[in-house]
Design a binder for this molecule. Structure first.
Ligand SMILES: Cc1c2[nH]c(c1CCC(=O)O)Cc1[nH]c(c(CCC(=O)O)c1C)Cc1[nH]c(c(CCC(=O)O)c1C)Cc1[nH]c(c(C)c1CCC(=O)O)C2
Length: 343
């Protein structure tokens, strides 16, 4: 299908664009009253993720209400561990929780190789419905967690500031760690390819816990697996967002991806130098900047855009939008990007 607005895809491929495309990580979610209304009618987050018609509806809400240049499929990175046999719960105000965590080789051996058409058919169906309802208005982004970030949740069992159980396994049992990372990587590749077949126009890999590893362990236990995914998924543009991995920017620039996501700690000029001219950069306004006044938001957004200059760029925040951000402030960010870069 021909897209009416394909700015995101052209920018990802490094082509010249009339203006910078803009979307927000976590745009489909609690910032929108329309999302909260759908969510309130259900027993929980996981039910929403598993009901394709409703997942498609909340995926499209930010396109209608915020006028972003892309939709991102409403799902979670944790659907992969669940499809491998490790189910999760989403505890209100606390986040994900896995009743069983991985500690032994027997458990890793028992994990299933994901067949997305079976165990993740609800995501694929949500993608098909979304594509149909978007009707070419904007591209649809698919996604998955990076193997290391998924490993963190499967070993730790919940969110953590340090993920010390997950990091501990890398030191105490590197062989088992590798077996688990291999299995996650294999399933993730199948899953992302299935998303593309279902209609995803670009895919993003979220390595949310990249920043907690020392550089050498990051190369061995995370980047090596992201590299396999980038090599395998080559029919649509790929974005790698490794939060906190400022030490790995040069190596990330060597991956077979199109776009590199920057978090708000990463200096833009330095990132351009390290990552090089071949990659589009995505990001990286501090999500907290959206708590400022309209004038402040406009000023900090314009300053960010000036720093990216004419380097291929997709405007976004440096991480997901915080749930208590006003949608009007989000709109101010989006409109500033559109106005400032159309000049
Ligand atoms: C680490 C991670 C997770 N999930 C995700 C990541 C990587 C990105 C990141 O670093 O933030 C990815 C994710 N999760 C969600 C999306 C939807 C698409 C989008 O709009 O970006 C995406 C891309 C929905 C969600 N995922 C979650 C919610 C909130 C649950 C709700 O609405 O009830 C949403 C909308 C829950 C979730 N899911 C996860 C956590 C830690 C939490 C709890 C924290 C929180 O509540 O925000 C795991």
């Amino acid at each position: 299908m021909i897209l009416e607005n394909d700015l995101l895809l052209r920018a990802a491929r490094g082509e010249k664009v009339e203006r910078t495309p803009v979307w927000l990580m976590r745009q489909a979610g609690r910032i929108l009253p329309e999302y909260r209304a759908v969510r309130a009618s259900l027993s929980g987050f996981i039910e929403l993720v598993k009901t394709p018609e409703l997942a498609a509806e909340v995926t499209i809400q930010p396109v209608d209400h915020l006028k972003v240049d892309a939709a991102i499929i409403f799902s979670d990175i944790l659907v992969i561990p669940e499809a491998m046999g490790l189910s999760y719960e989403m505890v209100e105000k606390a986040g994900p929780f896995f009743p069983e965590v991985i500690t032994t080789a027997e458990q890793v051996a028992k994990l299933k190789r994901v067949n997305p058409e079976e165990s993740l058919s609800y995501v694929l169906e949500a993608i098909r419905i979304t594509k149909k309802e978007l009707n070419g208005r904007v591209p649809l982004i698919g996604f998955a967690g990076a193997p290391w970030t998924i490993f963190c949740y499967m070993v730790e069992g919940k969110g953590s500031k340090t993920f010390s159980q997950a990091r501990r396994m890398l030191y105490n049992n590197p062989d088992l760690s590798i077996q688990l990372l291999d299995k996650i990587t294999d399933s993730t590749i199948h899953y992302l390819k299935a998303q593309v077949e279902a209609g995803a126009d670009l895919v993003q890999i979220f390595d949310s816990w990249a920043g907690i590893l020392p550089p050498d362990l990051y190369e061995r236990f995370s980047l090596a697996y992201i590299e396999k995914i980038c090599d395998a998924v080559n029919s649509v543009p790929v974005t790698v967002f490794a939060k906190g991995a400022y030490f790995a920017r040069k190596a990330i620039g060597q991956l077979a991806c199109n776009t590199v996501g920057l978090d708000w700690n990463m200096d833009i000029e330095e990132s351009k130098q390290l990552i090089g001219p071949e990659k589009t950069l995505q990001g990286n306004l501090d999500p907290c900047a959206l708590y400022g006044s309209y004038d402040q938001i406009k000023k900090t957004t314009e300053e960010m855009l000036r720093q990216f200059g004419d380097h291929p760029h997709i405007a976004n925040l440096g991480h997901g939008v915080y749930p208590d951000t006003s949608p009007e402030k989000v709109k101010c960010f989006i409109e500033t990007v559109k106005e400032f870069t159309s000049k």
